[in-house]
Design a protein around this ligand. Structure first.
Ligand code: SAH
Ligand code: SF4
Length: 384
């Protein structure tokens, strides 16, 4: 199978384009078609000679994600279920204009991106891990989630305004930074299905492409990677030249609580995880976010706030409290609002910077993995 052109960086494409004796600006035209105009076929690239389009088609594939199902009403959070070329399904979630939880305040849009089909880490509360791990996403499949979402948003019925409809492809051969207003998605959270740091190389390459001025043009500081706690990869991430934001899915501030719900904690217990986070923090000088889902009777007792506050202070981290979203077939439930508010107040009392997601309509805001699970189960029930 040919590799998709969106899995290559500009530098990697220079040599093949040179070997075809093309003028230098051709590559930049192609990149504009891919990342500004979000072309999903070679035929759309009308200002390229037919011979070049044929040559490209012989050397690279150009896959677009296929939309299988979408949840969400106009102008609100949209959840997409995409089908990949091998039939596997993944989710992305588009969260509109929101004083961003993870980046700086923003009036634009955040996309929650998947990195694997399923997940091998098996956290007890999570839908993504319920049916195990199938495979890593390729670089182009990670990149395509942004482009396919924007392609959908550009359709009239979406209710979203995408500002780049009239681009200048072909008129300016030199590489030009995409105008900031050309992207609908300007914040990324790598919090969809899968454990991002278990697909490290593909994720990092996809993020380089989504960050590059010739590619997605999304600032590294607008990209948050969430991990369940793969300590060695956190240390590796600390060495990367790009300054991504880091969120840790903590969900328990003692080994005892974390062991109950997150098997990964047996491999990388808290001492090791926090050591890696301290290294990240030292090298990056970036604030880490600790994600803490509140699950009734599991980690929502007030006595848990003390070790949580100690950890937050040690890592100079802020804490995001997230009321648990019910997953079909799992017994866990979210605590009452009173319990949530009391937990938040106790943390603040201990001097921690904390937020509580007070969400409405959490059936659609629910974490990734649930729409896929539901659809796969429905498909399995249907007679052939
Ligand atoms: N594997 C990575 C990223 C994907 S999960 C990680 O675990 O960080 C993204 C976030 O959603 C994690 O913090 C995860 O713990 C959380 N999550 C999973 N299931 C959830 C649920 N049912 N309700 C609320 N948050 C959930
Ligand atoms: Fe995997 Fe993250 Fe879900 Fe845990 S919470 S099973 S690591 S996707």
């Amino acid at each position: 199978m040919l590799a998709d052109i969106k899995s290559f960086t500009r530098d990697e494409l220079i040599a093949p384009f040179k070997s075809w004796n093309l003028p230098g600006y051709r590559l930049d035209q192609v990149l504009k078609w891919l990342y500004e105009k979000r072309a999903s076929s070679w035929a759309e690239m009308t200002n390229l000679p037919k011979a070049l389009r044929d040559q490209l088609a012989q050397h690279y594939s150009l896959h677009a994600l296929e939309l299988v199902r979408k949840q969400g009403s106009r102008d609100t959070t949209q959840k997409f279920l995409w089908k990949l070329s091998d039939g596997a399904m993944i989710e992305s979630v588009l969260i509109p204009a929101n004083p961003a939880l993870y980046g700086e305040a923003s009036d634009r849009h955040t996309l929650c991106v998947s990195t694997q089909v399923g997940c091998a880490y098996g956290c007890k509360f999570c839908a993504s891990g319920l049916e195990g791990w199938k495979r890593n996403l390729r670089v182009d499949e990670i990149v395509e989630q942004v482009l396919a979402t924007e392609r959908w948003a550009a359709t009239e019925s979406s209710g979203f305004r995408v500002l780049s409809s009239e681009s200048t492809v072909g008129e300016q051969p030199e590489t030009k930074n995409p105008k900031p207003e050309t992207r609908l998605v300007n914040n990324l959270v790598i919090m969809g299905m899968g454990e991002p740091l278990a697909n490290y190389d593909n994720l990092l390459k996809a993020l380089r492409i989504l960050n590059a001025p010739w590619g997605g043009g999304i600032g590294a500081r607008k990209i948050t990677i969430s991990t369940s706690g793969l300590a060695p990869q956190i240390r590796k991430l600390a060495e990367e030249p790009l300054q991504f934001r880091l969120a840790i899915s903590l969900h328990g501030a003692t080994d005892e609580t974390r062991n109950k719900i997150m098997p990964v904690n047996r491999r990388y217990p808290l001492a090791e995880l926090t050591g890696a986070c301290e290294e990240y923090q030292r090298k990056r000088e970036r604030m880490i976010t600790l994600e803490y889902i509140l699950i009734a009777g599991v980690n929502d007792a007030l006595r848990e706030t003390k070790p949580l506050a100690a950890l937050a202070h040690r890592l100079n981290a802020k804490v995001n409290l997230i009321p648990y979203n019910k997953v079909e077939d799992l017994q866990w439930v979210r605590p009452t609002e009173e319990v949530q508010e009391a937990f938040l107040a106790a943390l603040e009392e201990l001097g921690v910077t904390a937020t509580l997601r007070r969400e409405k309509g959490h059936d659609i805001d629910a974490a990734c993995g649930q729409l896929r699970l539901k659809t796969e189960r429905e498909l399995a029930k249907k007679p052939e």
